[in-house]
Ligand binder design. Structure first.
Ligand SMILES: [Zn+2]
Length: 455
């Protein structure tokens, strides 16, 4: 497929690093990015809002109003996209029942995550990439299951993004598997995400990334009088809760407190997202979530999976978790009319670029090691080819060795090699290194931090 299209080559200037890197956009991904449509996203959000409320405790037997009706609509959208996938996409509602928990569930409640699984085309590639939004909505009182709760932005925006990603991506084959999921029960305590994360853990899924999209479609903050649709936040955990004492000791010894798996995914999201989406800056926030708040990525982070939260830059709290009303001249409520669909388009396209680049990339290189035998100011790294991605029909172009100064937030330099090792005239005392596998089309795996060892 190489050279069938004219690849778009551009010089990417990182505003923060003030360094220049030549970037090649994979034309297959660039084309999909261009297919993400603001009109289509508006239609998805408007349809979700039309169910009146999507509260988790709303009447499950009402065919027109409430969460269950909305879930069936999302399932129908996924089934519609399955028909264009050549049998690769399957859709279902993963259902279970909750008993009252003395907290935010006060009745026996049928639960469901609406899932569409786009099966990878490489039978030797068991990697899974997940993208989520939460379908449930709420008003001021989290137990109010009857009032209108449009949930256009929270989280109709994330759910619409998931539907739109499924629409565009289901037409294209990927070696690895992508799962699109509209999670339920977020507002009642991350219930759907907990269920799914436990399922992934019990099933020993090779889940390499979760992108959780929650509140990604509005661009203004009345408190600070900012309107800006060119920036989006990615929140990531530095020292995850699953770290045992021994892992913590390694982190201390190697100085890796800023290199956890979710933080690497956040860096990757920034680099790849900005590569493909114009007029969008991905702002990394070094926190698992916003101050004292939580989200659906957390149950994955605590179980050891790389997971990040994507959220708009400026939240408008008059439009979040609010009874619909006008008070002192301010209109409260999470309505469609307060959203910016071109901003939602960019944020959805950013997700697409990251997911597609991951799913097209080879798996991560194995046994990445930094030579630790002798004291030297050069650094030698070596590794083994990835488990998946080297099989028939898929070629690995080579590897990137990434490098950055210890205090720097992003990778600053990228060295290419087609060998299984590289020596660089930079000291491992002063820099962090990582290695990515890269496909013929330029799709990189997630980076692997080396462990010390001997050749
Ligand atoms: Zn939310």
């Amino acid at each position: 497929m190489k050279n069938v299209f004219f690849p778009i080559v551009l010089v990417f200037i990182s505003m923060a690093a003030r360094s220049q890197t030549t970037i090649v956009r994979d034309p297959v991904i660039a084309q999909m990015v261009g297919e993400i449509s603001a009109d289509s996203l508006r239609s998805h959000v408007t349809n979700l809002v039309s169910f009146g409320t999507r509260h988790t405790l709303s009447n499950p037997n009402d065919p027109k109003r409430g969460l269950a009706a909305a879930q069936k609509w999302v399932l129908r959208k996924f089934q519609q996209y399955a028909r264009q996938s050549g049998g690769r996409l399957t859709a279902q509602i993963d259902s279970w029942t909750l008993q009252p928990d003395g907290k935010r569930v006060d009745q026996v409640t049928p639960m469901g995550n609406v899932m569409a699984t786009l099966k990878g085309t490489d039978p030797n590639d068991d990697r899974i990439f997940l993208v989520s939004g939460h379908i449930d909505s709420r008003v001021t009182d989290v137990m109010n299951r009857t009032a209108d709760a449009p949930g256009a932005n929270d989280d109709g925006s994330g759910t619409a993004a998931v539907i739109e990603l499924c629409r565009v991506m289901s037409k294209v084959p990927f070696p690895a598997t992508i799962i699109f999921v509209a999670v339920s029960g977020e507002e009642q305590g991350l219930l759907g995400a907990n269920h799914l994360a436990q399922r992934a853990k019990d099933g020993k899924w090779n889940l390499e990334a979760l992108l959780n999209n929650d509140i990604i479609g509005s661009n203004n903050s009345p408190d600070t009088k900012i309107t800006d649709n060119t920036r989006v936040r990615v929140f990531s955990e530095g020292l995850p809760g699953y770290q045992t004492d021994s892992v913590a000791a390694n982190i201390r010894q190697y100085g890796l407190e800023n290199d956890g798996k979710s933080r690497q995914l956040a860096r990757y999201t920034k680099e790849v997202g900005e590569r493909y989406v114009d007029q969008l800056e991905v702002v990394m926030v070094y926190r698992n979530d916003r101050y004292l708040r939580g989200g659906d990525h957390t149950p994955f982070v605590t179980r050891g999976f790389p997971a990040v939260r994507i959220t708009e830059m400026n939240e408008n709290f008059a439009h979040q978790h609010q009874d619909l009303r006008t008070q002192d001249g301010v209109e409260y409520g999470d309505y469609v009319k307060f959203m910016d669909f071109d901003y939602l388009r960019k944020n959805t396209a950013m997700n697409l670029a990251v997911l597609a680049n991951l799913a097209k990339a080879p798996a991560m290189p194995q046994n990445v090691t930094v030579e630790a035998r002798s004291l030297t100011n050069a650094t030698t790294l070596f590794w083994q080819a990835p488990k998946a991605g080297a099989s028939a029909g898929r070629k690995i172009k080579g590897y990137y060795v990434l490098m950055r100064e210890t205090h720097w937030p992003f990778w600053q330099k990228k060295f290419f090699t087609d060998k299984l090792g590289l020596t660089l005239p930079y000291s491992k005392d002063n820099y962090f290194f990582a290695v990515q596998a890269v496909s013929e089309e330029g799709n990189e795996s997630l980076p692997v931090i080396p462990r010390p060892g001997l050749r």
